[in-house]
Design a protein around this ligand. Structure first.
Ligand SMILES: [Zn+2]
Length: 65
């Protein structure tokens, strides 16, 4: 059983099925989490605005040269 770090609600996911980089979302508070590590399990809230975390921009570069 995995609890939501935000509201302690059962996230209804199996810890054994989680892998690093997986995304889980809490049905109760609506927060999305990213699995940072699985042992121990560490979840990081993913916010919509990425002011703090600079995500790698996957620019679809259509270099037509
Ligand atoms: Zn929650």
């Amino acid at each position: 059983m995995v609890l939501c770090p935000e509201c302690d609600t059962d996230l209804d996911v199996d810890k054994d099925e989680l892998e690093e980089g997986d995304a889980v979302s809490c049905a109760e508070c609506g927060t999305d989490f990213e699995v940072i590590t699985t042992d121990p399990l560490e979840l990081r809230p993913v916010s919509d605005d990425d002011d703090e975390e600079e995500e790698a921009k996957e620019a679809d570069e259509d270099e037509d040269e």
